[in-house]
Design a protein around this ligand. Structure first.
Ligand code: FAD
Length: 398
């Protein structure tokens, strides 16, 4: 094995963040190896027929040179152009865009999983699923949503054999085809876009009944269409608001805020809210129970699951989908050796990052969702690549 001084930078992940970071590193002439399945979260962990909540302009994967936006892809592939705020981007189009971006800018991508990362000689030793050991002078963790799916304990209790689309309880990331719920009673827990859109897609696929269960009293809501945005506020990829403008274009100042403020903002800003265009498809098709905490769930006598709610009548369903999101907890990143995980300074369960997306472990960087606790909620979305990737590549080459 080579010494880490001549070793490549390793990027773990080939979703929007990994691909964008790798493209910026390549553009700077940095020897880089990139591992992962291109766009796998979008191809295998989101429902068919899903539409992106982000507008086309907020769905560009940042590249170091022009010619790699979503519109550029549509033109090059001869697909319909998605460019106005009224255009709704299908998840299938977005996945093809990412794969096109990868073929053009990260052609050397290796479709291999990283099994472990251990410190070695001032850098790292990276073990691949293929059995290969590779030295790395720096590692960028861009593993995205993988491993972070979150299901509250009260829900998981009804699935003692594990979460599964064919058992009583699953996580929303386990579904691509909603037709499996035809003629069945389905409960979706959650109030974010993923919960509301999953519920609508299941209802449209012929489910006998679909009910969304949410904790907050006014939890289920929808945003405003583009022509209802307030005029006297600055524009941002997420809509017109001072807060969204600041969080998008000044993400670097976010990490100077006190931890409780940062964590509160990550939870609340751009939090659970259905897209404006979903309201009509939702209303009248999907039942809603809100303002009730789930006390426990258990397997129902004739299959399916029973949901007990605080102060409410129990709800029985053939299946429960927990659309309860993702928690970026570094203890879930099994490929990072225990020594590295123990040495990482944290902000809540996420890594605490300094300038240039550096963690407290020298030469180890995080981008995407695990960076949100330090760089703000914009890191949960593709548009955050516009802030993160160039700065991260710069920090590595300094
Ligand atoms: C239902 C849903 C809808 C969403 N809609 C939008 C939207 O409309 N707009 C938006 O901006 N954001 C949206 N998001 C958020 C979006 O998914 C993330 O912003 C984006 O996917 C993050 O990209 P990423 O590159 O960090 O991770 P991912 O896209 O999750 O990619 C992770 C990569 O890491 C690789 N990987 C993981 N572990 C390993 C390993 N051990 N070794 C090698 N490779 C590994 C995987 O193979 C994959 O290539 C949505 C999320 C969900 C769940």
């Amino acid at each position: 094995m080579r010494t880490t001084g001549h070793a490549p930078v390793v990027v773990i992940g080939a979703g929007p963040y990994g691909l964008s970071t790798a493209a910026h590193l390549h553009a700077r002439g940095v020897h880089t190896r990139v591992f992962g399945e291109p766009m796998v979260s979008w191809r295998d962990h989101m429902p068919e027929g899903m539409l992106l909540k982000s507008t086309p302009v907020a769905s560009n994967i940042d590249a170091p040179q022009p010619g790699h936006t979503l519109v550029d892809y549509c033109e090059s592939a001869g697909e319909r152009r998605y460019e106005s705020d009224w255009d709704l981007v299908p998840v299938e189009t977005f996945a093809r865009y990412g794969e096109w971006f990868q073929r053009r800018l990260v052609p050397g991508l290796e479709r291999v999983r990283v099994a472990s990362v251990e410190p070695r000689g001032g850098g790292f030793e990276v073990k691949l699923d293929s059995g290969e050991l590779c030295a790395a002078r720096a590692v960028v963790v861009a593993s995205g949503l993988t491993g972070f799916a979150h299901v509250p304990r009260a829900l998981a209790a009804a699935a003692p054999d594990g979460l599964s689309p064919t058992g009583p309880v699953s996580h929303s990331s386990q579904h691509t085809d909603m037709k499996q719920f035809a003629d069945r009673d389905l409960v979706v827990v959650g109030a974010g876009q993923s919960a509301l859109e999953t519920a609508v897609l299941a209802a449209e696929a012929g489910a006998a009944s679909v009910r969304v269960v949410a904790r907050g009293r006014m939890a289920v809501g929808f945003g405003d269409p583009p022509d209802h945005q307030p005029r006297l506020r600055p524009e941002s990829p997420f809509g017109r608001a001072w807060s969204l403008y600041g969080l998008t274009y000044y993400a670097g100042t976010f990490r100077h805020l006190p931890a409780p403020v940062r964590h509160g903002l990550v939870r609340r800003v751009l939090g659970p809210l259905g897209a404006w265009w979903l309201r009509e498809r939702f209303t009248g098709r999907v039942g809603v129970t809100q303002g009730r905490r789930i006390v426990r769930t258990r397997a129902a006598r004739y299959g399916g699951a029973l949901l007990e709610l605080a102060g409410g009548v129990p709800i029985e369903a053939d299946h429960i989908i927990a659309a309860t999101g993702y928690r970026p907890d570094i203890s879930s990143l099994g490929f990072l050796g225990p020594g590295i995980r123990a040495a990482l300074a944290r902000s809540g369960p996420a890594p605490l990052l300094g300038p240039g997306f550096r963690s407290s472990v020298p030469h180890l960087y995080f981008t995407g969702l695990p960076a949100a606790a330090s760089y703000g909620p914009v890191m949960r979305f593709v548009v955050g690549t516009g802030y993160a990737s160039r700065r991260l590549a710069e920090a590595i080459t300094l």
